[in-house]
Design a protein around this ligand. Structure first.
Ligand code: SF4
Length: 182
């Protein structure tokens, strides 16, 4: 279990037991890599142009980064999931779904507490079976969260900067979410 951080609100401490680490990150230490966002256009993940949370539907990346940087506090949530083997795609999906359940709980708790925040999720939104992009607007704006990847955040560097492992050994997958609060 990682170090619990006072966020100004202690709300996130309620989630200590649900993730492996909750760590404070200096927003100024975040590294945004244009090469990461440029890589989205190669569509290796198959999500480019399919979601409001991925380029180009997400909009102006620099504007999104600047919006995040308006917040004085950033907090990283990290959770490790075990896989049965190196090809355990179901295990990866199940882990991500579990992580997203936690992220949505955090969103709901922050909202209920009238907090001003931005949450970046691990990976592209898959809340709906089929995203409304590009014909109609996001059906569930509370759930259609931009991802740390879509903003080009160097997650490995972020993890290192707070003494957290990005890679947690063979047959594991690790998911990161990032919250910006005041
Ligand atoms: S919540 Fe639904 S409509 Fe909105 S981005 Fe996610 S999948 Fe698309």
């Amino acid at each position: 279990m990682g170090e619990a951080i006072n966020l100004g609100v202690n709300l996130l401490s309620n989630f200590r037991e649900k993730v492996d680490q909750i760590l404070s990150v200096d927003p100024c230490s975040l590294v945004f890599r244009d090469e990461f966002t440029a890589a989205c256009q190669t569509n290796r993940c198959g999500r480019y142009g399919t979601s409001w949370t991925c380029p180009p539907g997400i909009g102006d990346i620099v504007e999104k980064r600047n919006q995040c940087m308006q917040y004085p506090v950033a907090t990283m949530l990290m959770k490790v999931f075990r896989l049965e083997d190196a090809y355990d795609v179901e295990g990866m999906d199940a882990g991500r779904n579990k992580m997203m359940e936690i992220v949505y709980e955090v969103v709901d708790a922050l909202r209920a507490a009238n907090q001003d925040f931005i949450v970046l999720a691990p990976g592209s939104c898959s809340f709906c079976t089929k995203c409304t992009y590009p014909e109609n607007g996001c059906r569930f704006p509370d759930r259609g969260l931009a991802s740390v990847e879509a903003l080009g955040i160097d997650v490995a560097s972020m993890a290192r900067s707070v003494g957290c492992k990005y890679y947690n050994g063979p047959l594991t997958v690790t998911y990161f979410a990032l919250l910006f609060t005041r």
